[in-house]
Design a protein around this ligand. Sequence first.
Ligand SMILES: C[S@@+](CC[C@H](N)C(=O)[O-])C[C@H]1O[C@@H](n2cnc3c(N)ncnc32)[C@H](O)[C@@H]1O
Length: 238
Amino acid sequence: MTRGGTAIVFEYTVLFCVVSSIAQLLIYCAITGISPISSSRISRKFILSLVPEGAGTICELGAGWGSLAFPLAKQSKQFGDERVLAIELSSLPWLYVKLRSLIFRRPNLDIVRANFLAYPLPSDTKAVVCYLHSEMLEKARPVLEQFLNPGTIVISNVFDIPGWEPESVHRLEDSFCPQVYVYRVPEHPVNVVDVLRANEILVVTVANSTPKPIPVEAISTEAPHDSINIPYTVETQA
Ligand SMILES: C[S@@+](CC[C@H](N)C(=O)[O-])C[C@H]1O[C@@H](n2cnc3c(N)ncnc32)[C@H](O)[C@@H]1O
């Protein structure tokens, strides 16, 4: 092939890569309803200050280009090498974060390509951070309720989580990211599928869980067993 021919092939290859990358970004924006736009510097700094120290995984729902995931991993390393699990669906941002974490060696940062609505969050999750619109947050809420322990902190940049009462709302001097919402995972309403009476303790089997003893007075036995919603006040059996 002549020099001119090689140059043309190269130009078309570059053009193809650019166009397909843009197309992929647009497709995932359409699927998720949000672009991989990064949190502002001010909100990032503020979110980092809210993440608690101590053992446990920090989950980021929708990592985008990793502008929050990397500082989180750096801070977590200083705290005691805690794990950061960043979940991202869009292929290009995911690839970018993956390569960046390999190049800059962030062994405590796991970047997973997945839809967080269908991804089991680790049981040791101590904090969740996200920058998503409220519609997506409303879909994420049952996932958070399913996998996280009650009381786990959920930090949402800019948008509120419909159906949850924020513990606090922090206004920032930042027109791009003007507020940060802080939530605590509420006590779980449980879906009862079986009830066994043993002395004064009812052993209740709930959906997606193992049998748990709960106090008798916490249960109403009027509704059919598979549809009783009771407060999640679990007590240890003596
Ligand atoms: C606004 S960006 C936030 C980026 C980063 N968290 C930050 O604060 O800088 C939202 C990201 O969430 C991702 N996302 C939205 N819905 C998702 C889902 N269901 N599963 C995984 N990622 C999702 C989008 O692809 C996008 O990259």
